[in-house]
Design a binder for this molecule. Sequence first.
Ligand code: FRU
Length: 491
Amino acid sequence: MVLIRITFLLVVCHVGITYTTSIPRNYEKAKIELEEYIEAKKKDIDLRFKPLYHVAPPVGWMNDPNGFSYHNGEFHLFYQFYPYDSVWGPMHWGHVSSPNLVNWKQLPTALLPEEEQCFSGSAISQEDKLTLMYTGRVAADVDPYFNETQYLAFSDDGINFYKYEGNPVLARAPNGSPEFRDPKVWMYENNYYVVIGSQTTDKRGRVLLYKSSDMKSWEFLSVLGESNGDMGYMWECPDFFELDGKFVLLMSPQGLLPQEDRYKNTHQTGYIIGEFSYHTNEFIHEVSFQEIDFGHDFYAATTTEANGKRYLVAWFSMWDEPHPEDVDGWAGMATIVRELSIVGDRIIMKPVEQIETLRAEILIDSNIEPGQVLEFGKAVEIFINSDISQKLDLLLEGREGDSKVWLRWDPEVGKVVVDRGSSDIRQVEWSPIESQTWRIFLDSSSMELFCGEGEVVFSSRVYALGGWRFTNESNQSLQIKAYDLKRGVPE
Ligand code: FRU
């Protein structure tokens, strides 16, 4: 097919990358029509469960966060996006930006599918240029009828993205596996590195490491991690970074079997801590895989680094589970951003500090007695101090109904429990490393519980109609401080 192309060619050089792109006119037209469609369609969205401070699509479906980056003084967050229905479909990249990781602005859709679906990937900021590396999933003639290849797109203004003419830049996994996706790119000493999720020939998940001087031709270096058979059949959305003197391989394995309290979701997200050398390209695993969040709805987490801090965001939904908001014209959202650090042999996650700027008024700052009920708005932050040598039992539910969640602590068992009723339970051991406070973030359809310093975190979707009702079902009185939170995302 001959594409009518706008004739200007962009040739850009910086730190070793030279791009030549041209912009097909019909692609530009499709972008404009898409934004018009989104604007028109937004009016049909029922806002009852739409978050006030979590990133969600304006209309339609979102899954993984992509391209999380800090560029020209702003954070950029993209996401897997299907605008035309509230179910997964041909993948676009939605786009928001923020000065502080809590106030988000909607930007035009960054990538539209053409011959390729725009699967997950990452971004790298260099001077004024923001470059995206993502998986182009293309149809193939033979079983399994798809192939996953790596594509580039770049932008000079952080808003409009042009696909690279020489795509794909990485056409095949070393073993030819069609499962080859979700590149996470970074720079180290004038070279680009990328990790990509893939599969061995006998269908074990693995993460591949590559290096390049220009992002266009890539050299395969090593396998950073691989399932030994019981760690799943595919490792999606890898990320690899230095944190507190260690290296962390974060990824989302598919196919782990549930083991007691662990691996209860359709798929998991977790990490391996170890040592890595850029000379040998070997990642020596020191602490084996552990989940990073124990809630019901947390997947495809990804990170970025800015000002010496490592920030994480994840998809706040789960594959193959109901998404009750889909009848309202949208589905899926992102978690609040968390800051990571390593304590001992685990990662702890704290809500990003700037989230305090969302606080409006203090709703309560006092003791509440057993049986006492509090009523809140849709977006609330709650601190709970209790005597953790005694049981703790809280009920959170919509003031006008819909779902409920119980948060419990039993000192004899030593576990925190998040119970959505009907045996839909997630639980995990908690031994506070310092603080014994629980910090809870509630939005119109979500609950995030940070225990202590963030050594145990649960992210679970809970659908609260008409704001939140909080009941102290414990036998002890609790010290509660709660804030109403302001809107941080567009409607
Ligand atoms: C993870 C994932 C990725 C893929 C994307 C497709 O949730 O399956 O591996 O790139 O979603 O939307």
